[in-house]
Design a protein around this ligand. Structure first.
Ligand SMILES: CC(C)(COP(=O)(O)OP(=O)(O)OC[C@H]1O[C@@H](n2cnc3c(N)ncnc32)[C@H](O)[C@@H]1OP(=O)(O)O)[C@@H](O)C(=O)NCCC(=O)NCCS
Length: 162
């Protein structure tokens, strides 16, 4: 049931390796990772020290927290990202649930199947970790995209913000 993080080769697509999908690395702060996340949710600048601290915190969770990025092989810049968190439950005989989070494709790279590739890699990682399902929250405008990735609409999302 245990699985190592997906290798870049395993996640490579059929588009002549134009994009390499691989786990996030510390050096990605200088490859546009934060610019990418800004397209998901505009945030104040993040200091390199804060990025490093969070990276190490997440790395300590091992394969239960995976951030994937897609690197443009021609430019070395990141063109997409997405995350998968594994929740360990008591129900379902201590079952596991995968949560897809923070999927984003650079505006200039959208519409080429990259978002779907990233999501499908995250889903495969969840499957490899023994999850019995994968869930995510999104706006109604994005249900078509996630349907293309194999998801179906279930229930409603509720939130309480601090
Ligand atoms: C949503 C997003 C990740 C899609 O990435 P993408 O690389 O452009 O999508 P893909 O090219 O992989 O699309 C895969 C399929 O979904 C479809 N699709 C993409 N966006 C869609 C949308 N908003 N509504 C319906 N279908 C959509 C595509 O047409 C394609 O279908 P096809 O195979 O029939 O051609 C990207 O638009 C994005 O980063 N948006 C801003 C951030 C965001 O909203 N993230 C999601 C947070 S939940």
């Amino acid at each position: 049931m245990e699985q190592t993080l997906p290798s870049a080769a395993a996640a490579a697509g059929g588009d002549g390796e134009a994009y390499l999908i691989r786990p996030l690395e510390l050096a990605d702060i200088s490859k546009g990772f934060l610019d990418l996340l800004n397209q998901l949710s505009p945030s104040p600048p993040l200091a390199e020290e804060a990025f490093r601290a969070r990276f190490e915190e997440l790395a300590a969770l091992g394969a239960d927290h995976l951030v994937l990025v897609a690197e443009d092989a021609a430019t070395g810049r990141l063109a997409a990202a997405g995350a998968l968190l594994v929740e360990r439950k008591f129900i379902r005989r201590c079952g596991r649930v995968g949560h897809v989070e923070d999927v984003v494709v650079d505006a200039a790279a959208r519409g080429r199947g990259l978002g779907e590739r990233v999501v499908r890699c995250l889903v495969e990682h969840a499957r490899g970790r023994g999850c019995y399902k994968v869930i995510l929250n999104c706006t109604t405008e994005l249900t078509g995209f996630y349907a293309k990735c194999g998801f179906v609409e279930k229930n409603v999302q509720m939130g309480l913000y601090f």
